[in-house]
Ligand binder design. Structure first.
Ligand code: FSO
Ligand code: SF4
Length: 546
């Protein structure tokens, strides 16, 4: 195996024996084979689209998005679940290839298109199709940067699709990009352009998901979220999928079982449609990496709708209480399948909850969130006034991911050290590093404004573009906004590429720069976009604020 897609990769170089995330050698290799098959499918659909012939694009699109998502860090650790996807992609590829050829589509002679195999051969076949297959370090870096961006894009596309929102332009681009990185025809300049185009489609997919979420569940509102517990048994729902959230709330109503969010599901508390459920108690715990402790004390069942899963300890008491769905999986956790329409039956989860103790309180009080674009723009006058009067000197975007590395305490220290006339704009699970600090407010505007999930970084872009317009500026970089972003996995990669595609410069990225950036590619990002790593808190406050 060779995997260097996330921030925790071994030695900041690459995982080769086992993932730091817990992914084992054979499952990691099998994911390489899955990606290789997706590339093959993408080459076929891209050629067929170009030739204007009708194939079953819907199945191809869905397969590509869901399988890309399944390979995101901490989404799926289950060899058998990935093997099933490999089998499906071999079959689909064969079928699409035959159909395309019979319709007269000229297909390139590429191994990704032609390779077939049986389950007994998968492990062997996987050895030849991994990341190191591309031998040029810079091309590999740009290709993988594109693929990791596409993985993040695919996750957001899957959530939107589950709410009935799908954009063929995004599907076609994803396939063309997979095709381009496989055919080996692009120069470093062309690959760099592809990376930025991926970012532009990242913005599109985040806009699509924003539309899907807000049209279905209303615009997020400023909300005080309870972080304490009730007296009844509960179900803890984690991940990003609001459709699952809706189904769970509906099915638990009147059952005597409460619902709590964990990690990235916290922003579900901000949506009007979910607030009407009296048994939706609040948020329990913190970011994903604290789950080993927090799932113990929660006492009830846990439902993962997306990453991030941490492999439980051998003696974890909650092991038999965890359920996964969508693209996620873990050996031994129960998987909940949806029907054709995506409807799911959570009765087993609810029945189990009824036999469990109520959650043990680990915190109490409230935290405030819900500062997505609609809400913030409704108080735009107040915000602009505060900027003009100097009451707010700078906004600091601190979006992204949290993680378990000790160096991430930097982000808490940085938040604490920011001057009183600065406001943090956040989204994603990075917020847990400072959203419970008593940072106060500026004229009633809290000093931490949480827009929502990592995909709601889109909201921050909308807010920035609106401020630019209201303040009559000609460049997004002239706004009093600076960026100090934390990354962990591939959804943060698409958010970052999205910001670059919008022309945002001088982004600080930590806690470490991605291992998949070769020295030359890193130099391109530094020279053209002013991307920088983080330094000490004092240096960075000096650089970004003073
Ligand atoms: Fe966090 Fe995990 Fe949303 Fe990521 S929960 S780390 S960027 O999956 O997706 O922010
Ligand atoms: Fe290593 Fe991250 Fe890949 Fe897991 S996802 S194998 S930790 S690089």
């Amino acid at each position: 195996m060779f995997c260097y897609q996330c921030q925790e990769t071994a030695g900041n170089k690459g995982c080769t024996l086992k993932g730091v995330c817990g992914k084992d050698f054979t499952t990691a290799n099998l994911m390489d084979l899955l990606i290789f098959n997706l590339k093959g499918i993408a080459i076929i659909t891209t050629a067929a689209r170009k030739a204007g012939v009708a194939l079953d694009y819907r199945t191809a699109d869905k397969t590509i998005m869901e399988s890309l998502f399944a390979t995101i860090t901490n989404a799926n650790f289950d060899y058998s679940s990935i093997a099933k996807r490999v089998t499906h992609t071999f079959n689909l590829k064969r079928q699409l290839r035959e159909e395309a050829l019979s319709l007269g589509v000229a297909l390139p002679d590429n191994e990704a298109v032609t390779m077939q195999g049986t389950p007994e051969e998968y492990d062997q076949l996987a050895l030849g199709v991994g990341v190191l297959r591309e031998q040029n370090e810079d091309a590999r870096s740009l290709k993988e940067l594109t693929i990791y961006g596409l993985k993040g894009l695919a996750a957001y596309a899957e959530h939107a699709d589950r709410l009935g929102y799908n954009d063929d332009e995004i599907n076609a681009f994803t396939e063309r990009a997979l095709c381009d990185v496989t055919m080996g025809l692009l120069s470093v300049e062309e690959l760099t352009a592809l990376v930025l185009e991926t970012g532009a489609f990242g913005v599109k997919v985040m806009a699509l998901l924003d539309k899907a979420n807000t049209e279905t569940y209303g615009h997020p509102e400023i909300t005080e979220v309870n972080i304490g517990v009730g007296t009844r048994p509960g179900i803890l729902i984690s991940g990003h999928d609001l459709k699952d959230m809706e189904m769970l709330l509906e099915q638990t109503e009147g059952t005597g079982v409460d619902v709590y969010t964990h990690g990235e599901m916290l922003p579900a508390n901000y949506y009007p449609k979910f607030k009407k459920y009296k048994h939706f108690v609040g948020n329990y715990g913190n970011a994903w990496w604290q789950q080993r402790e927090e799932f113990e004390t929660f006492n009830g069942p846990i439902l993962f709708t997306t990453n991030c899963i941490v492999p439980p300890k051998a003696n974890a008491s909650y092991k038999d209480r965890v359920f996964t769905t969508n693209s996620t999986g873990y050996p031994g956790f129960k998987y909940i399948e949806g029907d054709e329409q995506g409807n799911k039956d959570f009765s087993e989860v609810i029945a189990l909850a009824k036999t469990c103790q109520p959650p043990t309180e680990i915190e109490h009080g409230t935290i405030v969130g819900g500062f997505a674009h609609h809400q913030v723009l409704s108080i735009a006058d107040k915000v602009v006034e505060a900027v003009k009067s100097g009451a707010i000197r700078k906004f600091v975007v601190m979006s992204g991911c949290d993680g378990r590395q000790s160096g991430r305490s930097y982000f808490t220290d940085f938040a604490k050290a920011l001057p009183q006339d600065t406001v943090i704009l956040t989204s994603g699970c990075a917020k847990y590093r400072y959203n419970k600090l008593p940072l106060g407010n500026i004229g009633g505007i809290p000093r931490v404004l949480d827009a929502g999930q990592c995909n709601d970084s889109y909201s921050l872009a909308v807010i920035a573009l609106k401020l630019k317009e209201v303040m009559g500026l000609d460049d997004i970089n002239k706004l009093p906004i600076v960026y100090n972003i934390a990354w962990y996995e591939q959804k943060a990669v698409i958010v970052l590429l999205g910001l670059l595609s919008l022309g945002v410069k001088n982004i600080h990225l930590g806690p470490t720069l991605p291992a998949f950036l070769s020295p030359n590619v890193a130099k391109v990002l530094v020279d053209n976009f002013g991307i920088a790593g983080i330094g000490t808190v004092e240096e960075d406050i000096q650089n970004l604020i003073a």
